[in-house]
Design a protein around this ligand. Structure first.
Ligand code: IPM
Ligand code: MG
Length: 360
């Protein structure tokens, strides 16, 4: 395969973690005989500083002309006082919307070597394997009207049947090939949007008879998620609930730094870790590169359709965690590493798993 991959390092730790993920993709290309052409562009605060715009036209054009987009993180205190459309986050939100990415997949699995890394009891987190499907291009994030003054501010939470249907279908389809369980999270006891959400999800259910559907209110689900996480498989949520619940779910995995995501639905997918730019540790070789490396694995699987290649990356990550390696955010990692040395270990793992595969 010969494809272009857009790389948007962004701010804070973004450049460090994307560098490790790109190097892993390079090892995959070498091992499996692909040609990946990586092209970098500006996004977020870095783009604001250079051009005044958190999503320059050239960046969007590059993304549209690429097979997939790998992103680091955006944001930081330097831009906190900027008006909304010049904040780094608005560049990311515009990119998601411009590419038509309505479904954000956030897998959360607890690695056996990291059962003690969570502040929760090991017997609670053990065996957790969740897939969040977060609606990504609607809801409160994009709702109009919106306004701000120092005395009163407005945001709106709109959803249409079409917007709910397309993301819910993706969740049902994922559940069908996983453990056939879907929980749809809403606040239908209070919000009209949630009533529609529930109705649309119920209307789809007969099309997927093999999937057991359950509805949950977001407040009680927030509690269930960390008291009995093993009871759930695929979790479908609207945009803001998904943002909040997926950070909460990171506690199960042991560190936010481990978790990847894939944003799908348009012609080009966007792959990014769920963590932010972590300005406090930026440039210190301390960030965990695994969330971005696993995002690169999702890029291979969902963006390029390269399943064996994705699996090679994931098994290299698993092996490294299994052997007790980790960055400082992982409680109980027996071998402490910086961003670069952990990335290098994972790359070695990719190379040797390719070598083994070639021998068979
Ligand atoms: C995420 C982030 C973003 C979001 C921010 C950076 C705009 O928190 O991807 O979860 O809220 O979607
Ligand atoms: Mg978030």
């Amino acid at each position: 395969m010969d494809v272009r991959i857009a790389v948007l390092p962004g701010d804070g730790v973004g450049p460090e973690v994307t560098a490790e993920a790109v190097a892993c993709l390079g090892a995959v290309a070498e091992g499996f005989g692909h040609r990946f052409e990586f092209q970098e562009a500006l996004i977020g605060g870095a783009a604001v500083d250079a051009t005044g715009d958190p999503l320059p036209e050239a960046t969007l054009a590059l993304c549209r002309a690429s097979a997939a987009v790998l992103l680091g993180a955006v944001g930081g205190p330097a831009w906190d006082r900027h008006p909304r459309n010049q904040r780094p986050e608005s560049g990311l939100l515009r990119l998601r919307q411009a590419l038509g990415l309505y479904a954000n997949l956030r897998p959360v699995a607890v690695h056996p070597a990291l059962e003690d890394a969570s502040p929760l009891k090991p017997e609670i987190v053990r065996g957790t394997d969740l897939m969040f499907v977060r609606e990504l291009s609607g809801g409160l994030y994009f709702g109009e009207p919106r306004s701000y003054s120092d005395e009163a501010a407005v945001n709106t939470l709109p959803y249409t049947r079409m917007e709910i249907t397309r993301v819910a279908k993706m969740a049902f389809e994922l559940a069908a090939v996983r453990r056939q369980r879907l929980v749809s999270v809403d606040k239908a006891n209070v919000l009209e949007t949630s009533r529609l959400w529930r109705k649309v999800v119920d209307d789809l259910a007969p099309t997927y008879p093999q999937v057991t559907l359950q509805h949950a209110y977001v407040d009680s689900f927030a509690m269930a998620l960390i008291t009995r996480p093993r009871d759930f498989d695929v979790v479908l949520t609207e945009n803001l609930f998904g943002d909040i619940l997926s950070d909460e779910a990171a506690v199960l995995a042991g560190s936010l730094g481990l978790l990847p995501s894939a944003s799908l639905g348009g012609s080009v997918g966007l792959f990014e870790p769920i963590h932010g730019s972590a300005p406090d540790i930026a440039g210190q070789d301390r960030a965990n590169p695994i969330g971005t490396i696993l995002s690169a694995a999702m890029l291979l699987r969902h963006g390029l359709g390269l399943e064996a290649e994705a699996a090679a990356v994931e098994s290299a990550v698993n092996a490294v965690l299994h052997a007790g390696h980790g960055t400082g955010d992982l409680q109980g990692a027996r071998h402490a590493h910086g961003t670069r040395s952990l990335g290098a270990l994972i790359r070695e793992g990719i190379r040797s798993s390719v070598a083994v595969a070639l021998r068979h």
